[in-house]
Design a protein around this ligand. Structure first.
Ligand code: ADP
Ligand code: MG
Length: 875
């Protein structure tokens, strides 16, 4: 890389131009090297040394490198950090480069090895085991717009699952929140392209091209057999496939026939709802503490991925939900069979992902072994299932997918050794007895090795040098080595030995006989490798030929794992089978919050189960009560139970009857939500407005202290208006937790609203939170008791007590913060209650002060405070 423009530098820069904004891994010998800005970025992310090399335009070239054999680990870290990488590898050997140079009349000594970008590694296009999380799907998404309509193509290329959907423009962010893609591809003219979206040529997103690529890919002349695809869907598919073609440099990964999902086929949840319900990730960003972690008892990565998908997209179709529930019930009723099945599944390889690597051309002998073992176990599972009578429909539907690979399994079993290696270039993965000519080659090199061992003994005898050894290394191949002091005898030209190398303390020789045997080994070895390679390609092709049925087997196994996992969870936690109907009620008896319950259990505490019964004439519950009393927990547990039920799982309750919910909304008052960038109150209002425009009468809404993020009057007014709108305009099922007592007045005007509270009791001056839901309004605020519980100093609590008494007295007189609201016509603006005059205020304070209860110091402080107050209002 020295000088202004060496051929290597030119080659590098040309490749870098091709790589665009991807980091370029440039292969040099045993290393991938990065240069210039790429090197700075990679050195920072990977925490490796930044060095420099030669110069370019007069400046030293910053450089860093990673060893090729360890590249996967480094790639994983770069991808995690949001980088994309282009891999430029040598596509000819140095010998080939020399020949080429000679043919082109250039000096062969300076021949530059040809390099090409062989692949782009991006977050959405990974297949490597080491780069993927076993229990998480990895989605690549392409979005496209055709005349105002939006199509989404999503694909997990590690397993080939591909889904196409139409999406109303206002639901796009909700759809993306559901999918949680690792990478998003859009056309270059996409109007609202985020920073991390990949921009691709407009032409890639043509619906005709999309349809054509799908037809070609699946060798059909029409896509009708796969489903009903709109033009927007096909356009998105076109963009997706073109991108995959680009990053794979012409090699497409495993892509199964696309599935079309109709608009509104799943329970809609927007991003705010998903975040607040902590479905796949808890608020601290990890899986621990999330819903999926609390539900997941799957024993395979594929099962865990499917469960996460189920929970992200609960169903709206009652029959499908009930089919899933029936399969869970089936396994719940058969604990011993369930344990047996889970034992087998625990040992299953990740069949889908092994297949994905093989089809993407990145398969290893180990992946072939995984396909063999996965299919074999699937057959075993199928046989044991078939023995059961009264199988539920879903199980019957899964069975055919588990079987039918007999010939392939047999073939792979005969061809492969028990545990094939991940490295293919060294051979050793084809079993003895599979190929007679391969066996023969192995025999030849085995014989030659034995001959060499015998030769060593013979040479020791003949020369009388007991320390003579025949050794092997990568540079010299086989050679004879003796200590220097014995070397003279062998140096004699008549000795039959030829000198090769003098080392410190030892001298190395060759002999004609050794050379012959070594050549025999090398030749046989080379032929054996070639034979194994040919078998590898043949086995790969055999697997690729039935990729769809293997993928179906993998899916069926995952579905079984999810069902048995639900059954396991239900048995463990005494969860129940929810009843699903088309009505608009919701009756959850003895409901529990799966995450909070588990957290409490780990400290030995008991979770208090609570009921929730909503019906058309009592569909909005207003829930008051002290802070920390369990309001938020109650709201969320009911939303989560609906979600799990519609995903087809058993739920943490003693019984649950759920009228299908079409959309689920969860909103949390802004002060609980400080992590966001925008003004939190603004966020709260934007998100709340979305409910008012999107919820239907079949939706379920939980609102947790909405209106808290602003001053009391604004907050109360907004909360009031929102409750009214949800109650009277949307008329959906809703739980609303609030600390505004004043909202209780709404019960007078809203006939389907009822009041509830979480119970608390003062016991010997201390507050006891019972976490128990009761009917009726909260009788009083326990804020001060909670403050005491939280360790606020007694003097401050006592002072607050005085202030509170004063405020409550004033409320009695004026009717309080919500005075007059009872007579408000629906949706009229609230007029704030008049501020009390300061003098009256002070007089009232004085009147209310229990002078005997004050220490002299407190009395003095009070005097000062009042004087300040007076001065500030009457300067
Ligand atoms: P709130 O929203 O009323 O302030 P939370 O729902 O946040 O109260 O609950 C506060 C804490 O109380 C929770 O973290 C949990 O430890 C405990 N808790 C809540 N609900 C229950 C329950 N049903 N049984 C037992 N403990 C509960
Ligand atoms: Mg709360």
């Amino acid at each position: 890389m020295a000088g202004k423009s060496t051929p290597m530098m030119e080659q590098y820069l040309a490749l870098k131009r091709e790589a665009g904004d991807c980091l370029l891994f440039y292969r040099m010998g045993d290393f991938f090297e990065l240069f210039f800005e790429d090197a700075r970025i990679a050195a920072g992310v990977l925490d490796i040394a930044l060095t420099s090399r030669g110069e370019h335009d007069g400046d030293a070239v910053p450089m860093c490198g990673v060893p090729v054999h360890a590249a996967e680990g480094y790639l994983a870290r770069l991808i995690k950090a949001g980088c994309r990488v282009a891999i430029a590898d040598q596509v000819e050997t140095p010998e080939e480069a020399k020949l080429r140079a000679k043919a082109e009349g250039r000096p062969s000594s300076k021949a530059l090895v040809k390099r090409d970008i062989i692949r782009f590694v991006t977050a959405g296009t990974l297949t490597e085991e080491a780069l993927l999380e076993p229990r998480r799907a990895n989605l690549l998404v392409a979005i496209s717009e055709v005349r105002g309509a939006i199509g989404i193509a999503s694909c997990d290329i590690s397993t080939g699952h591909m889904v196409l959907e139409d999406c109303p423009p206002d639901m796009l962010s909700a759809a993306l929140a559901r999918l949680g893609p690792s990478e998003i591809v859009v056309a270059e003219d996409w109007p609202s392209a985020g920073e991390d979206m990949i921009l691709r040529p407009r032409g890639d997103f043509s619906s005709e091209a999309g349809a054509k690529s799908l037809q070609r890919l699946h060798e059909v002349s029409t896509l009708d057999g796969f489903g009903d695809f709109s033009r927007t869907m096909l356009s998105a598919a076109g963009g997706l496939i073109a991108y995959l073609d680009h990053v794979g440099r012409g090699t497409l990964p495993l892509l199964l026939p696309p599935r079309a999902i109709a608009d509104r086929a799943t329970l809609a949840m927007d991003e705010a709802t998903r975040t607040s319900l902590e479905i796949l990730e808890s608020s601290n960003g990890g899986r621990t503490g999330s819903l999926v972690a609390a539900v997941d008892r799957c024993v395979t990565g594929a099962g865990a991925r499917l469960l996460a998908e189920d929970l992200s997209a609960p169903l709206l179709d009652r029959q499908t939900i009930e089919d899933r529930l029936a399969l869970v019930q089936f396994w719940l009723d058969r604990p011993i069979d369930r344990a047996d099945l889970r034992d087998i599944m625990r040992g299953l390889p990740d069949l889908g992902r092994a297949l994905g690597r093989i089809v993407a051309g990145r398969g290893s002998p180990r992946d072939l072994g995984q396909v063999r073992d996965g299919l074999f176990d699937a057959q075993r599972i199928c046989d044991s299932m078939a023995a059961h009578g009264d199988r539920p429909d879903l199980l019957d539907a899964l069975l055919p997918a588990l079987t039918g690979h007999g010939a392939l399994i047999d073939h792979l079993q005969r061809a492969l050794v028990e545990s094939p290696p991940t490295e293919r270039s060294n051979g050793g993965y084809i079993a003895d007895g599979f190929d007679a000519s391969l066996d023969e080659l192995r025999e030849v090199s085995g014989n030659a090795r034995r001959a060499i061992a015998a030769m060593e003994a013979r040479y020791r005898d003949e020369t009388g040098i007991a320390s003579l050894k025949i050794k092997h290394n990568g540079v010299l191949g086989y050679f004879i080595e003796v200590p220097s002091r014995h070397a003279d005898a062998l140096m004699d030209p008549e000795s039959g030995f030829a000198h090769r190398q003098t080392m410190k303390g030892a001298v190395r020789f060759n002999s004609v006989a050794l050379h012959e045997e070594a050549t025999r080994i090398a030749e046989a070895g080379g032929h054996a490798l070639a034979a194994e390679e040919a078998h590898f390609l043949e086995l790969t092709a055999a697997i690729e030929a039935v990729q769809r049925t293997i993928a179906a087997t993998a899916s069926a196994l995952a579905r079984l794992d999810v069902a048995t996992g639900h059954a396991e969870r239900a048995a463990e936690g005494d969860w129940c089978k929810p009843e699903i109907d088309e009505g608009d009620g919701l009756a959850i008896m003895g409901g529990r919050h799966p995450v909070v319950e588990a957290a409490l259990a780990s400290t030995g505490e008991r979770f208090v189960a609570n009921d929730c019964q909503l019906a058309p004439d009592n569909r909005l519950w207003l829930i008051g009560g002290p802070n920390m009393g369990g309001k938020s927990t109650f709201l969320r547990q009911n939303a989560l139970i609906v979600l799990i039920a519609q995903a087809g799982g058993f739920v943490p309750a003693s019984s649950a009857r759920i009228g299908l919910v079409d959309r689920l909304f969860s909103r949390v008052g802004a002060s609980d939500n400080l992590a966001r960038g925008r003004s939190t109150f603004m966020v709260e209002m934007v998100e709340t407005a979305a409910i008012l425009s999107q919820a239907t009468d079949r939706s379920f809404v939980i609102l947790d202290e909405v209106g808290r993020g602003t001053s009391t009057y604004d907050g109360l007014a907004l909360a009031w208006a929102v409750v009214e709108a949800v109650h009277s305009t949307i008329a959906c099922r809703c739980l609303f937790a609030t600390h505004y007592h004043e909202l209780a007045r709404l019960a007078e005007s809203c006939e389907a609203l009822s009041l509830h509270h979480v119970r608390a009791r003062e016991w010997q001056g201390d507050l006891v939170l019972l976490h128990e839901l009761a009917d009726g309004p909260a009788d009083r605020s326990y804020g001060l008791a909670v403050a005491k519980l939280a360790g606020v100093p007694p003097a401050v609590v006592a002072r607050a007590q005085q202030v509170l008494q004063k405020l409550e007295a004033a409320r009695e007189e004026t009717g309080g913060l919500a005075a007059g609201l009872g007579e408000l016509p629906l949706f009229a603006a609230a007029t704030p209650a008049a501020e009390p005059e300061p003098e009256d205020d002070l007089a009232a304070k004085l009147q209310d002060t229990d002078l005997d209860a004050l220490s002299p110091r407190e009395a003095l402080d009070l005097l000062y405070a009042w004087q300040r107050e007076l001065k500030s209002t009457n300067p």
